[in-house]
Design a protein. Structure first.
Length: 150
């Protein structure tokens, strides 16, 4: 058995759990990207609403037709609804990130358990290999120099 290489009996399980952990990392990254996109959209809508309101204030100092005023208020109302909707999207994306983070933590724990088991089994195997090598060396010494050598 001295020449036998270390073989972890749960190697396929370790590989599978590593795959699940990496998949969770990728999903979490994608969720972060969706959140950034949602936040960027929200910021754009908010900026646009600010511009519309500023433009309306500037125009109110001058003469403004009732149709133009109605258009500004309609646009402002629409943007406020879009902002509210986008706020909800940001909240959903944040909740998804929290959930994906929990899943990633769990997958990482499951991976680490098997990885730790592999390390312990390797240490046992290495110790056993060392004992067998020592035994072989003792046998060689006895054969070469006799029992009195030890």
């Amino acid at each position: 058995m001295v020449g036998a290489a270390f073989r972890f009996r749960y190697d396929k399980l370790l590989t599978y759990r590593e795959y699940l952990k990496e998949k969770s990392e990728i999903e979490l990254g994608a969720s972060h990207a969706r959140l950034r996109d949602s936040q960027k959209k929200l910021e754009q809508y908010t900026d646009e609403l600010g511009q519309i309101n500023q433009e309306l204030k500037d125009r109110l100092n001058n003469k403004l037709s009732s149709d133009s005023l109605k258009n500004y208020t309609d646009l402002s109302t629409t943007l406020k609804m879009m902002i509210t909707s986008q706020d909800q999207e940001v909240a959903k994306a944040t909740n998804v990130i929290k959930e994906k983070t929990k899943i990633l933590i769990e997958k990482t724990k499951q991976f680490k358990v098997i990885e730790k088991l592999k390390e312990k089994e390797f240490q046992k195997w290495d110790y056993q290999k060392h004992l067998e090598e020592s035994k072989e060396m003792n046998e060689v010494a006895i054969l070469r120099h006799g029992k009195d050598f030890l």
